[in-house]
Design a binder for this molecule. Structure first.
Ligand code: FAD
Length: 644
């Protein structure tokens, strides 16, 4: 019989990054009693690390910008695989979400005439990123937290309790979404500090847990990006969409080894930085693909003129979408034209005066000075690709953010799939999480209100099973004699990261992905014996042992889907299938858990835990297609779509 503490809420939001906080604010404002739960400290999420800005067609820096241009850029960036309705809502609503932040106290950088300043970024036709130097995410999170506190103060005035309608549980990790039949009924969690288990009962749960980068060795992501939300959704019975699309940001630090992968913001290129190889050549001019040929400059002179006169010149190729730039850097290094530490050179020192660099890129200046002893006002940075973002994610309804097939489950932010297609444009994540965080909170609150009279119930067996699963690493003495000795979770994690980096990384090949799947099967078997010593009070080894289940599930989705998609598109590059194929534009790949209740306890871990199916994408609405030239559509759309 379970003795785990239970609390009743209307909406539970898992994750306190931008998506989670925006969802929680909306749910609370719609009258739902809302709990937010986050694995890290409140305020420490990936959103806080965002540097360059929030993409929104406010037309402050160029009057020609509007939502239609933003929509067009987003679809081009995603190579037309985006869930187009999401891209439409995103482009239409992003400006309101930025203005709203300002009314809640966000202080953006300004144009000379006092409006919110907007900067250039790869793939965006006009300067579009609202920003605060290169620390935009910090201001975003500060503002959302301030709004949460303001709502709690309001609640205190009315009820005498700050946390009566909106409560944050920080440093608590959710390991299972709980259900009543098909319906969501709450979440099972443990407190990281004490190891105490507890259950938050609620008819609506929003997953806003961010990405999966910690499955890869070289990544800009920090420790909490272990794909928890993706795995929670899978295990609750929801499918994941197009998991093969993983973004390798072109510019991460490459030296010293201890900081390899840390992000070098795209603002460096947006503000004039150029990429050079070891011969000093601006090599990106050699890598403009046919689909973008008419939109990017052919000479350095034209590219440089664009910064002052964007209406009469084409953009520098350094501002191509990220997938193109990452592949180009990879090729240069492979051809032997890399920098001493295996990257290429990114230079602002010869492009801007030192005081401008320090003002516009303060974090980058300090990051290189302190971590690499490089003064970016006087010398070039060394950079190379780093695993940064996952475009794939929980399959959701575009309008409501409801996860497919599980009533009461919602997803927003990086954990949700579809919005960015095969490749995300810089700045589109912060706007995505505001737009769809709000929508998820709104619809979760409405769903909960509709069930006020018939709330789902969680039976004790489910809670006991979740507790037993969480305690498993303490009793991993090796199981059956044949199974072998206990395994160290850190070793397993390192082997997983190495395998994903080497075998399912930026350039993919069939034999290597098959090898990766074999390695994942081996790791799954060994992860059942991931053992930890000590007790439940703050025990990072135990936490990692639990995260392994999620990373293994998500990595299998990435590898399986990457093997299945025999073309190259956006964040998925196949050396053995280098072309983008129009017939694949109509195909989404969906991953489902083969054995949702079991997780790592599945009877036969050697067999994959994922089933994969094809699904035809919804035809793009004709008024949206009319925003593109016919010649351009011919490059992307399948034959039958053009005919239609
Ligand atoms: P996050 O902000 O990461 O929040 C996830 C939350 O979920 C955290 O609170 C975490 O603790 C919690 N969580 C995770 N698992 C669990 C669990 N099991 N139980 C409970 N809680 C859990 N995008 C842009 O648009 N513009 C930029 O300029 C930009 N710069 C970036 C710079 C860096 C260095 C990085 C890493 C990313 C950048 N991005 C940028 C991407 C963007 O920051 C992220 O995609 C976005 O912030 C994700 O927000 P989120 O709310 O979905 O997740």
């Amino acid at each position: 019989m379970s003795v785990v503490e239970r609390q009743e809420w209307d909406v539970v939001v898992i994750g306190a990054g931008g998506a989670g906080l925006r969802a929680a604010i909306e749910a609370r404002e719609r009258g739902a009693r809302t709990a937010v739960i986050c694995k890290s400290l409140f305020g420490k999420a990936h959103t806080v690390m965002a540097e360059g800005g929030i993409a929104a067609a406010m037309a402050n820096a160029n009057p020609h910008d509007n939502w239609q241009v933003h929509f067009r850029d987003t679809l081009r960036g995603g190579k037309f695989l985006n869930q187009w309705r999401m891209a439409e809502l995103h482009a239409q609503e992003a400006p309101d979400r930025v203005w709203e932040l300002e009314t809640w106290g966000a202080l953006f950088d300004r144009t000379k005439d006092g409006r919110i300043s907007q900067r250039n970024f790869g793939g965006h036709e006009y300067p579009r990123l609202a920003h605060v130097g290169d620390r935009t995410g910090l201001e975003l999170i500060r503002t959302l937290q301030q709004k949460i506190v303001a709502l709690q103060q309001e609640d205190h005035r009315e009820t005498g309790d700050y946390e009566s309608r909106l409560k944050v549980f920080q440093e608590c990790t959710v390991t299972r979404v709980l259900k009543d039949g098909d319906r969501v009924a709450g979440a099972f969690a443990y407190e990281r500090e004490s190891g105490r288990f507890f259950v938050l009962e609620a008819p609506a749960v929003v997953i806003a847990t961010g990405g999966i980068g910690k499955s890869f060795k070289v990544t800009s992501n920090s420790w909490e990006y272990t794909g928890d939300g993706h795995a929670l959704a899978l295990l609750a019975g929801a499918p994941l969409l197009n998991m093969e699309f993983v973004q390798f940001h072109p510019t991460g630090m490459v030296w010293p080894p201890s900081v390899k992968g840390i992000l070098v913001t795209e603002s460096v290129r947006g503000d004039g930085g150029v990429l050079r190889n070891s011969d000093g050549k601006r090599f990106m001019f050699d890598y403009v693909p046919d689909v973008f040929k008419d939109k990017y400059a052919e000479s350095e002179a034209e590219a440089d003129r664009w910064y002052d006169d964007p209406d009469n010149n084409r953009r520098p190729p350094e501002l191509l979408p990220r997938d193109e730039v990452a592949r180009a850097i990879n090729s240069e290094v492979k051809e032997g034209r890399g920098s001493p530490h295996g990257g290429v050179f990114l230079d602002v020192s010869t492009r801007m005066p030192a005081e401008v660099i320090k003002r516009r890129l303060p974090s980058m200046y300090h990051q290189f000075k302190e971590l690499a002893d490089v003064d970016i006002t006087a010398e070039a940075m060394e950079v190379g690709p780093t695993c940064h973002y996952v475009m794939g994610g929980i399959a959701v309804d575009s309008d409501t953010a409801a996860a497919r097939g599980v009533p009461g489950l919602y997803a927003a932010g990086e954990a949700a799939g579809g919005m960015h297609g095969s490749n995300r444009l810089g700045g589109n994540s912060l706007s995505d999480l505001l737009v769809f965080g709000r929508r998820a909170g709104l619809h979760a609150a409405e769903h909960a209100a509709g069930l006020a009279a018939s709330r789902p119930r969680i039976d004790d067996d489910q809670v006991d099973a979740a507790a037993a699963e969480a305690l498993r690493p303490f009793s991993a003495e090796g199981g059956e004699p044949a199974e072998g000795p206990p395994e160290n979770p850190y070793t397993l994690h390192q082997e997983l990261q190495q395998a994903m980096n080497d075998l399912v990384g930026i350039i993919r090949r069939e034999p290597e992905m098959k090898q990766a799947l074999e390695k994942l099967a081996e790791l799954r078997v060994r992860a059942r014996r991931a053992g930890v010593e000590g007790h439940r009070q703050f025990n990072p080894g135990w936490h990692l042992a639990l995260d392994l289940r999620n990373m293994l599930l998500v990595s299998e989705c990435v590898a399986r889907a990457a093997l299945e998609r025999t073309e190259s598109r956006g964040g998925h590059t196949r050396e053995d299938h280098p072309a983008m194929e129009r017939r694949w534009r109509r195909i989404n790949l969906l991953c489902r858990s083969a054995d949702p209740t079991e997780g790592l306890a599945a009877t036969d871990p050697v067999h994959g835990q994922i089933t994969l199916t094809h699904e035809t994408t919804e035809p793009i609405r004709t008024d949206l297609l009319a925003l593109f030239d016919k010649e351009e559509l011919v490059k992307y759309l399948a034959e039958e779509e053009l005919y239609e």
